[in-house]
Structure formats: structure tokens, C-alpha cells
Design a protein. Structure first.
Length: 241
């Protein structure tokens, strides 16, 4: 049996096991399995590897912490400083970031190739690292918004700040099931039909963040197709020789 999986905590919201089980079934891969492993400490990965895990995805809150458990990173994961895909190559653990591939293609399908505005990025975790890597690659100026001291705070996001930034990206778990009433605390009344709101959360499909943007006629998008794209890229990596 070739074993794959997803590590993170909690994982009750996860899309990945069902996605990969359906893929294995469609490809006739009866000796493959993909399971969710809700671990409470990143060190528990060692036990999973000893049990024969060939590859795994990484989600909140371990995209940065997992790096200390790996033998090496590919070039883009090293630059980003976050990993969401790990391949076990004969006992050597290699880290990759497929979030960048998924986010870039998903974002461009919403904003188009000629976007010339600025972005506000809510959150500074592992997912945010992939997002800002893509924004840098696309030449889109951005401001990080965080509760962390020393960074641009949510209290500083005024009406004028919203007006100056036409792309709003939520990389936090705010609004994720089951806490669906939560969202970044920003002045949503300043959002217009010229704004784009992208939420990396995909469960529920219409988060509070996106709902409030939709009410102002903004263009909205959740993280579902980003997730599918990054999963397909992970599968490609696991199957490379």
C-alpha cells in the first residue's frame, strides 16, 4: 500500500482526503491511500514517516514548523519559507510549496493579466508567505495586515486604505467552518464594485468576508480552485522520478 496524507490541526474541514481518494479510484490505483492526520505537534510526523508515508501535504498550523523536520527544500520553498507538500525520497524528506502554483493561477483567473492595483494581505502565516511570493512575482504592491506588533494593524485599515487597495486577500482561518461568523475586522462599507476579494478559506464557500464584499458588488473568489491546483501539483511532485 502506498500511503499519502495531510497533516495539520484541526482537520475536520479538510477537502484533500476526498479529492485524492476520488483520484485514486478514477485512476484504478487500488493500492494507494490518502488520509488526514490531525497531529497536535509537528514532531509526530516522525512516527508517520516510520509507518511508510510516501508523501504528504501540510496545512495550518505547520507550514513553517515542518521545515525543521525536513532534510532539504526545493528552491521556491526555500525562498518562501513555508512548505505545504513533502516527498519522502528513500527516507529523505524534501519540502515543496505548491500553494504558489495554485494561488497564482487562481488569482489571475479573477483579476486578469492587466491588474494594476495594490493589495492588502490579511495574516502573516505560512499561507501568507506563498501569497506574497506570488504578488512579488506578478509585480503587485501589497501591505501585510496583522495582529503582530510592529506590522500594519487592523485598526490602521481605514476607509482610505480600503479605497487605495483594490485587492483584498484573506490568508487567515477567520470564517472557516465551524466559526463561520468570523471575518477580518475592516471597514467593509468602503468596498466598492471596483474591489476584488479573495479568501483562501474554502469551507464554507461563501465566507463572511466574501459575503460582505459581495453585498458591495465586489468581485469575490474562495480558495477552492487554488486547493485543487495545488493538490494536482503535489500529485505531480510525488510521482516524479
Amino acid at each position: 500500500m502506498k500511503k499519502f496524507g495531510l497533516i495539520g490541526f484541526p482537520l475536520s474541514h479538510s477537502f484533500s482526503p476526498g479529492f485524492f481518494e476520488n483520484k485514486f479510484k478514477a485512476l484504478g490505483l487500488t493500492d494507494y491511500e490518502y488520509k488526514a492526520y490531525p497531529i497536535q505537534h509537528v514532531l509526530e510526523v516522525g512516527k508517520l514517516i516510520s509507518e511508510g508515508l510516501k508523501g504528504f501535504n501540510v496545512t495550518i498550523p505547520y507550514k513553517v514548523d515542518i521545515i525543521d523536520m525536513l532534510d532539504r527544500l526545493d528552491e521556491s520553498a526555500h525562498k518562501i519559507g513555508a512548505v505545504n507538500c513533502v516527498k519522502n525520497v528513500n527516507g529523505e524528506l524534501v519540502g515543496y510549496n505548491t500553494d504558489t502554483f495554485g494561488f497564482e493561477h487562481s488569482l489571475l483567473s479573477m483579476i486578469g493579466p492587466n491588474f494594476n492595483g495594490k493589495a492588502l494581505v490579511f495574516g502573516t502565516g505560512g499561507a501568507a508567505m506563498a501569497v506574497i511570493f506570488v504578488l512579488d512575482q506578478l509585480g503587485i504592491p501589497y501591505t501585510l495586515v496583522s495582529r503582530r506588533q510592529g506590522l500594519f494593524s487592523y485598526e490602521e485599515v481605514t476607509d482610505n486604505v480600503i479605497k487605495e487597495h483594490s485587492l483584498l486577500i484573506n490568508t487567515t482561518p477567520l470564517g472557516m467552518y465551524p466559526k463561520i461568523s468570523e471575518c477580518p475586522k475592516i471597514p467593509y462599507d468602503s468596498i466598492t464594485s471596483n474591489h476584488f476579494l479573495y479568501d483562501l478559506v474554502y469551507n464554507p464557500r461563501l465566507t463572511k468576508f466574501l459575503e460582505l464584499g459581495k453585498n458591495k458588488n465586489a468581485t469575490i473568489k474562495n480558495g477552492e480552485d487554488m486547493l485543487i491546483l495545488q493538490a494536482e501539483k503535489s500529485w505531480e511532485i510525488w510521482n516524479e522520478n
